[in-house]
Ligand binder design. Structure first.
Ligand SMILES: [Fe+2]
Length: 284
């Protein structure tokens, strides 16, 4: 296995691993160590990878799990399809903003695995930013203040509308009742394996900081989200045939810029593991 860093702080290309083959304990440990170091791994040159191979690489970390909404609806399908074209544009403000998958929920996945099925002729990259580097870029005094602070995450005002369009009014009401309230997470979280401190807010789902007047909360949150926008701590991958990307949901945020219209883009995604982000002040 060869690991080549692809950007300054996160992202690496991995070659010499066949995801169709067996991943023994030694190789799995090597792959996990590479993800802990780089945050995002793109396995390149994977011919004809299928959903089974995608689940196999996810299982290097933990058991694959369905999206929490899919699971709530009684399905055990762990492969999700991300599809957009001219008639099905990406949801407004959703995946196009930096986010941590499912942070509107108490637990987030350990990892996500994404592979392209239809690659648009222009654009369509996935972009990640480094939550460890984002925190490290903040002033020490600010980080001290953030430790122990909590932010509210939810799916936002368009959530109900989108769920209704997708599942109908009755299911949408049940989903809203289960997930609509969102969840409160520590702003400084500790990585479950490396112990590194991470900035745990995201533009997709974080709405406000608890215990602050609205104006101060808005100002603080925009300052924190701004830290992720620095290209120096991000990694962008324009999908190529044979790519399979794995990322650490705690260490990174990700987004899919809506820059490929009117072309189609189709990706298969799989997440594995489920864990509550832990505050730096708690004992893990
Ligand atoms: Fe996502």
């Amino acid at each position: 296995m060869a690991v080549a860093p692809a950007a300054s702080t996160i992202g690496a290309e991995v070659s010499g691993v066949d995801l169709h083959g067996d991943i023994d304990d030694e190789l799995a440990a090597e792959i996990r160590a590479a993800l802990d170091e780089h945050g995002v791994l793109v396995f390149v040159g994977q011919d004809a990878v299928d959903d089974e191979a995608q689940k196999r690489i996810a299982s290097v970390w933990a058991a694959p799990r369905p999206h929490p909404i899919v699971e709530f609806l009684g399905s055990d399908e762990v492969i999700g399809v991300v599809y957009n074209d001219a008639d099905h544009p990406p949801a407004e403000g959703g995946d196009s903003k930096f986010h941590t998958d499912y942070s509107f929920n108490p637990e987030i996945p350990d990892v996500a695995v994404l592979r392209p099925v239809v690659i648009p002729p222009v654009g369509g990259a996935t972009v990640w930013s480094d939550a460890r580097a984002a925190l490290a870029a903040l002033d020490d005094d600010l980080v001290d203040e953030l430790r122990g602070r909590v932010a509210h995450h939810d799916m936002g005002p368009r959530f109900g509308v989108e769920m209704e369009a997708r599942f109908g009014a009755e299911l949408a009401a049940r989903i809203e009742a289960r997930f609509g309230a969102g969840y409160r997470h520590p702003i400084v979280a500790v990585h479950p394996r490396t112990g590194d401190e991470l900035l745990f807010v995201n533009a997709g789902f974080t709405r406000y900081v608890l215990g602050l007047p609205r104006a101060r909360s808005d100002a603080l949150l925009s300052r924190l989200l701004e830290a992720f926008a620095d290209p120096a701590i991000s990694f962008s991958r324009r999908w190529r045939p044979g790519d399979v990307a794995v990322w650490d949901e705690h260490r990174t945020v990700h987004r899919g810029p809506n820059d490929f219209a009117p072309h189609a883009r189709k990706l298969h995604r799989c997440t594995a593991g489920s864990r509550r982000p832990t505050a730096s002040t708690e004992t893990a």
